[in-house]
Design a protein around this ligand. Sequence first.
Ligand SMILES: C[S@@+](CC[C@H](N)C(=O)[O-])C[C@H]1O[C@@H](n2cnc3c(N)ncnc32)[C@H](O)[C@@H]1O
Length: 232
Amino acid sequence: MTIMSTLLTLLDAFDNLPQARDLRETTYRALGDAVVDVGCGGGRAVGELAARGVRAIGVDLNPAMIQAAADRWPAAEFHVADATALPLDDGSVTGYRADKLLHALPEPERAVAEARRVLAAHGRAVLIGQDWDTWVIDSDNPELTRALVHARADRMPHPRIARRYRNLLLDNGFTDVTVEVHTIVWTDASCLPTLADIAGEGAWLDAQAARARDDRLFAALPIFVASGTRAG
Ligand SMILES: C[S@@+](CC[C@H](N)C(=O)[O-])C[C@H]1O[C@@H](n2cnc3c(N)ncnc32)[C@H](O)[C@@H]1O
């Protein structure tokens, strides 16, 4: 499996959770009729928005990801581009969406400035993602669990960016900034691929698999949703 297909499998598993579907719905509110989804991955949000009659544009830096998205959602529009240099004119969209993206960027503030550039006056931006330090996982070895979670977080450029979403929007002149938190809870084996991504194979993961078999797995993850309006 390539890194891209592994990521796509993890994203699909997450997206298919009923709680994740409800969360996505909340992120589609008030984005208007022309929406760019940046770091779109497999393009699910783009496809879902396009199916509602929105002009939905997916952008991702990874050409293989964009190919997968275009194959899955042929009615939608996709482009390979960087979040800091979108192939869009100034003020050309009514909505901007970035889901699980900013933690991966070396300079997330530049992506938010780019959101401001492409949004029309009174357009709405929504930033969605987790704080990678806030995984809650029941384990017989909490110290090791904390160390594994933090080690995974430390492999990305900005693991704690979600707690800064509100300030990033305010610092870029967005108004009416709101923040919601939606906590995803897993109690079964559907969480194991995600836990494997955190910890890798080994005794810790085996213990979590045993918990899943015994109906004793518990993991929770707060997802932050911050929105703001581009001032006129
Ligand atoms: C964790 S995935 C999230 C995908 C999708 N938003 C979702 O929620 O399922 C992050 C995506 O951001 C893309 N990405 C990473 N750096 C990027 C950049 N600088 N510009 C645009 N996309 C980027 C990756 O290729 C990947 O598809």
